[in-house]
Design a binder for this molecule. Sequence first.
Ligand SMILES: Cc1cc2nc3c(=O)[nH]c(=O)nc-3n(C[C@H](O)[C@H](O)[C@H](O)COP(=O)(O)OP(=O)(O)OC[C@H]3O[C@@H](n4cnc5c(N)ncnc54)[C@H](O)[C@@H]3O)c2cc1C
Length: 511
Amino acid sequence: MTQPLNIVWFKRDLRIEDHQPLAAAAQAGRVLPLYIVEPELWAQPDVSARQWAFAAECLCDLQKALAALGQPLCIMVGNAVSILQQLHKDQGIAALWSHEETGNGWTYARDRAVAAWAHAAGVRWHEARQFGVVRRLKSRNGWAQGWDRDMAKAITPPPQALTPISGDWPTYIPNGEDLGLAPDPCPNRQRGGRSAALDTLNSFLRQRGRNYRYEMSSPVSAFDASSRLSPHLTWGTMSMREVAQATWARMQAFKTSNATDPRSWRGSMSSFSGRQHWHCHFMQKLEDEPRLEFENLHRAYDGLRPDCADAERLTAWSEGATGFPFIDACMRALNQHGWINFRMRAMLMSFASYHLWLPWRESGLYLARKFVDYEPGIHWSQVQMQSGTTGINAMRIYNPIKQGYDHDPEGIFVRTYVPELHSVPSAFLHEPWRWEDAASLSYPAPIVDNVLAAKAAREALYIIRKGADHKAAARKIVAKHGSRKAGVPMATQKRRLKAKPVSSGQLALDF
Ligand SMILES: Cc1cc2nc3c(=O)[nH]c(=O)nc-3n(C[C@H](O)[C@H](O)[C@H](O)COP(=O)(O)OP(=O)(O)OC[C@H]3O[C@@H](n4cnc5c(N)ncnc54)[C@H](O)[C@@H]3O)c2cc1C
């Protein structure tokens, strides 16, 4: 009689390094590494072919890494509960091992169904923490310090070997068409997989990151100057702990090294380190309150915008045809790359929610599909922040014309993505309607009046903010979700570095 299997269920943690469930399962007995391609998940409105293409490349790398350990990744297509049920019937499952997932509403419901099945079948499901996100968190007090402690823990090495399991295990990775995904060309998409993740981290920490602090805001420089690690964190080709420890090691090195411009490096690495907290800070919000994917965080804003988007406006915005050159350039860049920097994401969302008065759920779904790094916890929290519905953040209505002059003064970015405006003199590039030859352009007039649309939105929001019950509800939201500490002050970082030198050889990075 063969021993029952320890199933390691890979989800959005597609690596063998710093993978605690894999290491623990390998100690417990025979391991079957399993990825379940769930067609129902890939039929949800927030996912897309570009995301699957990235995930498939990650699976390819993972397959090779697991095969080198002795047991290739088994890839099954279907419903998670049915697949686990069948495996239990055929082989017997000793235990199920995975990382906790803070995903979208669908994965939350699926995890509950799996938990119910595991309980009924007497199968123990061990879930390990994947980020600094705490399940069933009672209070936000001390959360940031807990994050520091978690990230400073030793990196879990992969098992030395896995015992091969006899049988004909499926390994085929379906393509987007197999999954019925709509065509979604993304010619400049980042590549998935562990080796791409390592290259991205190394090039950022060694070369690209020096002026991160100053160059992350403009889309002219941000494609190169930002880390670009977000899709790798989303799909788990690298753990947040690996990124955090590599960053700390680099900060430590700048104390002693004679690197060119160590002050810029130090400032940039400090900003980068702080943003790693933000990642988990925002995910914690969705973990604590899953409804924020669908409903206004502050309920006083219910009914503020129409339930259904104005189709013409939504189409113009999503195709980059609003008549505002900087908005259109950003959207077209996003459509081609599957990524855009933070400030431009915020501006795109703000423009949709304030100037175009579109319901955030619909514009947010469009952006989710276009982001290869779509991470529901960060995404929906940010979508609500940029739409003014959290009730606790300052209202920020971006002026797309001013943003254009500030971040693309020469018009390099706009000319790249909106070639129709190539002949417009730089002085008019962000407001081509003011140019005397505007009529000769095959480019739309602005879809709304910039000043009037922003004013109307601001007034509508202020009326709600001044409402009698607004403050009391906002206080409760701050108590539940408010950041007690944004980023990590340098003093803490210095203490941490002294206390916990990063051991060499934990991570295959060349620094
Ligand atoms: C409307 C909107 C939607 C967004 N949706 C997503 C999303 O689906 N997935 C996603 O990863 N990020 C999202 N962000 C946050 C941010 O824009 C991206 O994390 C960042 O642009 C990714 O690029 P990078 O890896 O080069 O970031 P870097 O600037 O190099 O930062 C390093 C890492 O820190 C984290 N980080 C950086 N900025 C933020 C932030 N503002 N909030 C939370 N974490 C941050 C990310 O994990 C990022 O990979 C969204 C922002 C907005 C305004």
